[in-house]
Design a protein around this ligand. Sequence first.
Ligand code: ADP
Ligand code: MG
Length: 335
Amino acid sequence: MFSSAEIGIDLGTANLLIYTKNKGIVYNEPAVVAIDTATQNVLAVGEEAKQMIGKTPQNIVPVRPMKDGVIADYEITSQMLKAMLKKVSKKLGHSLRKPSVVVCVPTGATSVERRAIHNAIKEYGAKYVHLIEEPIAAAIGAGLPVDEPISNMVVDIGGGTSEVAIISFGGIVSSQSTRVGGDKMDLAIIQHVRKKYNVLVGERTAEQVKIQIGYALIDHPEESMEVRGRDMVSGLPKTISLTSGEIQKALQESLEQILEAIQTTLESCPPELSGDIVDQGITLTGGGALLKGMQEWLSNEIDVPVHIAPEPLECVAIGTGKSLKMITKLQKATK
Ligand code: ADP
Ligand code: MG
């Protein structure tokens, strides 16, 4: 069944990654497409399309079709997937013809959304398409023993959503998906800067601030960063200096919401499995795991050991690709 190319796709809310068995990660770009509103044609995908955010004329709009963890537009998602598969195929010299594909979907995805993803990949020419739950892919990618009778807890903090799940025997025992992730943090920074300085900064600037001087912990070495935005009173460009302390405060609410999802999941954990979680700890994946001080902050809050997956941004894609082998086994376990 798996004689042709075998690929895994991580269709994230912020980034789309493609993994092949032989070459590892062959594609890793923002899940963004630039659309010409007059013709509905896709003008650019990935990094090129992300560069256009906030900079394009009115007839070209960059769209993140997976932004909130649900498919906002089937047609665009399907066009994005096809364009990206085409790009990878070209790069690899057409070795992706009739691939067997495993794609991970957020736990919150509806059956209609799952079918749409399935169809888009099938239409591209895939021989076989299998959908896997995102937390399971994350756990496999992090090297956790998912098919053993040991339970694990995975927290994946992505762009549009954060997913918290307890996994045992290859299946999800309990999970929570919340629409809070890196995007909300960026938005909180934009709102903070607008309120305090009367300056409007763009999404990309806010993301850079978060990555450069954002901390989860109150206690951290103070850093600062200069950013440019538009003064809302004069309408002119203005440069301001932001400190890590004020950014930490701006991020607080999003962090608390993620913490709440973790606590709720822990509380709903069957008692037989709680011991495992306390022993094994929690594994963090997704871009949000890279926020400075995240591991320390979280372990202070929940009294359970917290680990960060080896490659938080690539973990799900790696796990999706690797799951091909395990799928039959997993299907048996979840039935
Ligand atoms: P998704 O799976 O939803 O596509 P990712 O796991 O790729 O999301 O994570 C993307 C999010 O992680 C973005 O919001 C991005 O800003 C954030 N991110 C990436 N690197 C860092 C970092 N070093 N510190 C904080 N946030 C980061
Ligand atoms: Mg993800």
